[in-house]
Design a protein around this ligand. Structure first.
Ligand code: GLU
Length: 276
């Protein structure tokens, strides 16, 4: 059975791009008699808001997208992420990192510094005496890749070879949050039995990391469907700078949500839904 999910972060209002993604995930599940799940990605306690959760649910209902089963909140699943972190730490695949953003930026701007990835400052330092200082936990990418060998995944039917090493020692537990997006999303997709991840192309690069984490944590790999992002009439990505209204604003203006969803299914943006 196909199981898909929509996994918004309740840090703001949803816009048309979110609606498009939710519709694609919903319709894939419904076309095969499968399940469509709703997961609220609220591990970032400082930016997540309950009011946004309520708005997300109202938006989905307005679009005619009913989800199956209870809504899953990542903030209620921290013990699960902790267990995975403990395992990776015991396997010596994590190291604590005490660097500030400024220190990382400085190291990366050195003439022969690494391009756009963490420069490895804290890898291999003796951290035992510093554990009371604020720190995040990073994956030791070289060790992780050596452990798993070559990995791939299926994306819209095509085989993609994972190259997570390009992203360096990614953060798996943040200084200010108990898990990173990468860790939580990978664990939850597996725990919820998601067979098909439908999401925008902006998350394609993250999948290299998710595939690696699946291998390290013995989790199954779903099929992925990274879809193109909605673009405005100028061909540019629909984002706030185009003046795209939120779904809540469209709903409150009296627009018919079911008709909007059908427009989006046909790749059409509703008239007057945005201005450039
Ligand atoms: N929570 C993520 C976001 O709102 C999406 C996660 C995912 O689909 O993997 O951007």
């Amino acid at each position: 059975m196909i199981v898909t999910r929509f996994a918004p972060s309740p840090t703001g209002r949803l816009h048309l791009g979110h609606a498009y993604s939710a519709i694609r995930a919903h319709d894939l599940a419904r076309s095969g008699g499968g399940q469509f799940l709703l997961r609220i990605e609220d591990i970032d306690g400082t930016r997540s808001r309950t009011e946004h959760v309520e708005t997300i649910m109202a938006d989905l209902a307005w679009l005619g997208l009913a989800w199956d089963g209870p809504v899953v909140f990542q903030s209620a699943r921290l013990a699960l992420y902790q267990g995975a972190l403990d395992r990776l730490r015991e396997e010596r695949l994590l190291f604590p990192c005490f660097c500030t953003r400024a220190e990382i930026a400085e190291a990366m701007s050195a003439p022969h510094g690494p391009a756009n990835v963490y420069p490895g400052t804290c890898r291999g330092v003796d951290a035992a005496a510093r554990m009371n200082e604020p720190h995040c936990w990073r994956l030791d990418m070289a060790a992780a890749v050596a452990r798993t060998g070559t990995l791939d995944w299926t994306d819209r039917g095509e085989t993609i070879v994972a190259v997570p090493e390009q992203q360096g020692d990614v953060v798996l537990a943040r200084k200010d949050a108990p898990a990173s997006y990468h860790l939580a999303v990978t664990i939850d997709d597996a725990a919820q039995g998601v067979t098909d991840v439908v999401r925008g192309r902006d998350l394609f690069e993250a999948t290299h990391i998710h595939r690696l984490l699946q291998a390290l944590l013995d989790l199954p790999t779903p099929r992925y469907h990274h879809h193109d992002l909605l673009t405005g009439p100028d061909g540019e990505r629909l984002a706030k700078r185009h003046g795209a209204p939120t779904l809540a604003a469209l709903r409150e203006s009296g627009m018919d949500g079911l008709a909007l969803a059908d427009d989006l299914r046909r790749g059409q943006l509703p008239n007057g839904a945005f201005h450039t």
